[in-house]
Design a protein around this ligand. Structure first.
Ligand code: DWN
Ligand code: ZN
Length: 405
């Protein structure tokens, strides 16, 4: 049995999604033969309740010069992270020597606003190509992984930080103990660690099983984050819902006793207890309903193909690797998907090798159906592709269940 990465307790398996590739490792045709695969399965710690991958992929294989995800790729993301930055500027960063560090700043979608305000900042980003895009926006970035040693170097060079921030990056870090030691070194006495991550309740409740992939080592809940923070010498003091990626939580962590935990923390903990988020029955139900979604989706795609109608994918998010590999959806069922990110175009989706083409190819193909892999951007994409529906095209979604609209 696997031991919990946080507390060493026993981790019991919840769901096995089979052998899978690294979800953002888009391939050239010549790379298909040597593709890296691992067992994608999650389990829950019987002691601290942390849900986590049973096997993980070394971080150097996940974040590298060819990492292609750009956080600025959607208008809703740009707006959200600008608001995050403005909030920090109005609250934690008002002092004369304010300093903020972002763990995994990607293309600078949040720090851009901080840099424009002339506030001291540093992005820590191991994926060199996206870090370069951030630098092009005037943002200070170091190309490395965040851990206790990196934090010590930053503290020595820049002094204490009022805020350490991470968005969709903290659950990617398997060495949480080193991360928290780093926070202890880097944060000032009243500093806060704020991070926004996919919420376990959304994954279970809304059946967002495609959020499970190699980059997401942990699947946080208020309870497991509270336990993790306490174990590593900190305290969970606030939680807030964030509408990105289908439903996330923004956690605020402080040094113990420095800030009074808000009512929202108590409420969320009580709700998780009430719905049995950490109960074996919840885990079992999740596993069964995910298998049902796979069966329904495959039935639909076969019906479409057998009746001579056409379907192509829309979006090539990391999530598409999980759903296509778990369900066995290859080019025989969905000949290609399209994505607006130039760096993903003309490559193959990991594992199932669906070609990723520019959106113009979607327009040219004029399919009967579009399988919406980027379901969390449904509103923005459907508005952009209004003409598709107007000429009779239909969208297929599979979170939380298979449906056509
Ligand atoms: O944690 C992570 C989150 C933050 O981002 C990373 N591990 C990787 C990534 O996850 P993802 O790839 O599932 O993120 P998105 O934001 O759901 O990706 C959407 C994809 O859809 C992008 O490749 C861009 C594309 N897209 C498009 O083609 N047309 C998006 C929009 C809005 C569009 O109009
Ligand atoms: Zn544990």
């Amino acid at each position: 049995m696997t031991s919990c990465r946080i507390c060493g307790g026993p981790v019991q398996e919840i769901l096995d999604l089979g052998r899978q590739p690294s979800a953002n490792k888009f391939l050239l045709p010549s790379e298909v033969e040597q593709e890296f695969l691992f067992r994608l399965a999650i389990g829950a710690c019987a002691d601290c309740t942390m849900v986590q991958l049973l096997e993980d992929v070394p971080q150097e294989l996940r974040y590298h010069s060819a990492y292609r995800y750009l956080a600025s790729g959607s208008a809703s993301h740009r707006k959200h992270f600008e608001q995050d930055a403005r909030r920090f500027l109005e609250t934690e960063l008002t002092g004369p020597d304010a300093f903020i560090v972002e763990i995994g700043c990607n293309d600078g979608v949040m720090l851009e606003t901080i840099a424009q305000a002339g506030v001291r900042h540093l992005g820590v980003e191991p994926a060199s190509a996206v870090a370069e895009i951030a630098r092009g926006k005037g943002i200070d970035v170091v190309t490395t992984f965040f851990d206790a040693d990196t934090a010590a170097d930053i503290r020595a060079a820049h002094g204490p930080a009022q805020v350490v921030f991470g968005a969709n990056t903290i659950c990617h870090i398997s060495h949480q103990e080193s991360l928290f030691r780093g926070l202890d070194t880097l944060l000032g006495p009243d500093g806060v660690f704020v991070f926004e991550e996919p919420y376990l309740e959304t994954i279970f409740g809304a059946l967002a099983f495609d959020q499970i992939y190699d980059e997401h080592v942990f699947y946080f809940s208020a309870r497991s984050v509270q336990a993790m923070a306490a174990r590593f010498g900190f305290e969970l003091v606030d939680v807030e819902e964030v509408p990105l990626h289908g439903g996330e939580i923004r956690y605020t962590i402080a040094r113990p006793g420095r800030r009074r935990p808000t009512e929202a923390v108590h409420q969320l903990l009580a709700r998780e207890q009430e719905i049995g988020l950490a109960e074996p029955e919840t885990y079992a139900r999740f596993g069964m309903t995910v298998a049902q979604v796979r069966s329904d989706l495959l039935t639909l795609l076969h019906e479409i193909r057998d009746s001579g109608r056409t379907v192509v994918g829309y979006g090539a998010p990391a999530k598409a690797a999980t759903v296509t590999n778990y369900c066995g959806i290859g080019p025989d069922l969905v000949p290609f998907t399209c994505d607006s990110t130039p760096a993903k175009q003309n490559l193959l989706l990991p594992g199932t090798h669906l070609p990723v083409l520019p959106p113009e190819e979607f327009h040219k193909a004029a399919p009967d159906f579009a399988l919406l892999f980027a379901w969390n951007h449904a509103e923005e994409i459907m508005a952009k592709e209004r003409a598709f529906r107007e000429r009779g095209g239909k969208w297929i979604r599979y979170v939380p269940q298979v449906r056509i609209s």
